[in-house]
Design a protein around this ligand. Structure first.
Ligand code: NAD
Length: 486
């Protein structure tokens, strides 16, 4: 019997009029059922979040921080159980699933400390007897909308920053990973988050997601997901404060002086880790013409050895894709790549058997004009392009609409620094793959990836307003620009 779970609205666990199935991607079997929430549920969740806002925003930030610290402590105690859940529900392999939970622990700890900072600035005034400063204020009720690929970590990034800043939240997780979201919310409640502060509404993009984005009393939206949804939100959120973390088409430049062994390790990890389903996945290799053939031969040799299987199995290197639509999308792009004239040198098919699997796939001889080298596939497909030198490589790297992560392998410090300044991306790694963000540094992109920075000290900008405060203690009317003029 498959268990039916509930949403959490205004401190109560509530069912829905209908339910949807939550699938295990390694088997295709139903592992849970969740309420198909409605616009009415969103309305009730916003009421609850609005009702809880005054008391939560007036709770001293260090006290809010203590609740985040307790959340981190519970997550740490339950890391193995939650990691197994991530591997089962989302499909990533156990070391990465445990990493997903660890990232949540890290970010809750990081923002717990923020409770004792939430810095504004003090500055000078142009007038005598006048004091000037900025303080942080919450945005209000925030809509948090998340994808499935980091089913604990991404909700944790948003919830930790939103809560420490004094916001209340209506949280809509992806319908592919509602159980991870449910477990995280339960842990927040156990840690002491008061009723109404975090409301979990499960359900479809059309019924729940769009209702949150359009809701008049939601003050801000923090969204992580695809570019298409980000565009829809931009058009429909009205004047809300909107944060967008969107897709990527992340390049790895490999120069002729690179440590090829190191580059191969990094590319395999970046391209096929999480089955290519990371916003920061390495999906393009831009290889110097002097080493391209050797590099591709080694990449193929390594990719062919990767073992497919369920994320929870110890022997698995590459887990399943999230659902059948993702398998079909990957297949579609492999067909496109073939037709565009790229050379398929590895993979290019599904393995036999059940579950949503696809073999690690490499295209050589790709060209910057091809769709496989420009569009986000979000599957285990890597395109290799050739460059004649560093300027050419940077040009190719910048020829896509996205700008999230990037990497260069070189032993030349000048090449590394030219790449750092030349590549249009929010993140550049030197002699490391495109993945590996740490929570105390800002994370985000440029161009079609969006412009928000989550995590790190700037992570609170998305979840707070800066209020400017002037205190005039001169006892008389003073006019800026007029009394202070030359
Ligand atoms: P998606 O955009 O389809 O869905 C993300 C979430 O938005 C889901 O909860 C979905 O139900 C909801 N949603 C969809 N349409 C909506 C709408 N019109 N209004 C409101 N909510 C809506 O993305 P996905 O397939 O879940 O995730 C994969 C994408 O996420 C990839 O493009 C990937 O690059 C991106 N991503 C980006 C980052 C980042 O930090 N930049 C991190 C992880 C994933």
């Amino acid at each position: 019997m498959v268990q039916a779970y509930r949403m959490h609205i205004g401190g109560e666990w509530v069912g829905g009029d209908g339910y949807f199935n939550d699938l295990n991607p390694a088997t295709g079997q139903v592992m849970a059922r969740f309420p198909a929430g409605s616009a009415g549920d969103v309305d009730r969740a916003v009421d609850a979040a609005e009702g809880a806002l005054k008391s939560w925003s007036e709770t001293p930030p260090p006290k809010r921080g203590r609740i985040l610290q307790r959340t981190a402590d519970i997550l740490r105690k339950e890391k193995e159980r939650l990691g197994t859940l991530v591997a089962t529900e989302m499909g990533k392999v156990m070391p990465e699933a445990l990493g997903d939970v660890q990232e949540a622990i890290d970010v809750f700890e990081y923002f717990a400390g923020e409770g004792r900072r939430l810095f504004g600035n003090t500055t000078t005034s142009e007038l005598k007897g006048k004091f000037a400063m900025t303080v942080r204020r919450p945005v209000g009720v925030m809509g948090l909308i998340t994808p499935w690929n980091f089913p604990i970590a991404i909700p944790a990034w948003k919830l930790s920053a939103a809560l420490v800043c004094g916001n209340t939240a209506v949280f809509k997780p992806s319908s592919d990973t509602p159980l991870c979201a449910y477990e995280l919310v339960r842990i927040l409640l156990r840690a002491g988050v008061p009723d109404g502060v975090v409301n979990l509404v499960t359900g479809s993009a059309a019924d729940v997601g769009e209702a949150i984005v359009r809701h008049r009393r939601v003050g801000g939206i923090s969204f992580t997901g695809s570019k298409a949804t980000g565009e829809w939100i931009t058009k429909n959120a009205g004047l809300k404060k909107v944060g967008l973390e969107l897709g990527g088409k992340n390049p790895v430049i490999v120069m002729d002086d690179a440590d090829l062994g190191l580059a191969v390790e990094g590319i395999i990890w970046g391209a096929f880790g999480t089955t290519g389903q990371r916003c920061t996945a390495a999906s393009r290799v831009i290889a110097h013409r002097a080493i391209r053939k050797k590099l591709v031969a080694e990449l193929v040799r390594r990719a062919e050895r990767l073992r497919l299987g369920p994320g929870v199995a110890k022997t698995t290197d590459v887990g399943p894709l999230i659902n059948m639509a993702a398998v079909e999308k990957t297949e579609g792009y492999v067909d496109i790549g073939r037709k565009e004239g790229a050379k398929l040198v590895c993979g290019g098919k599904r393995p036999p058997g059940r579950g949503f699997f696809y073999r690690p796939t490499i295209f050589d001889d790709a060209d910057r004009g091809m769709r496989i080298a420009r569009e986000e596939i979000f599957g285990p497909v890597l395109s290799v392009l050739e460059c004649g030198g560093l300027d050419d490589a940077i040009d190719i790297a910048n020829s896509v609409e996205y700008g999230l992560s990037s990497s260069i392998y070189t032993r030349d410090v000048n090449s590394a620094l030219r790449a750092i300044s030349g590549i249009e991306a929010g993140i550049t790694y030197v002699n490391a793959s495109t993945i590996g963000a740490e929570v105390h540094l800002p994370f985000g992109g440029v161009k079609a990836t969006g412009h928000t920075r989550e995590a790190g000290i700037t992570g609170i900008d998305e979840f707070s307003h800066l209020k400017t405060v002037y205190i005039d203690y001169s006892g008389k009317l003073q006019k800026a620009q007029i009394d202070a003029g030359e």
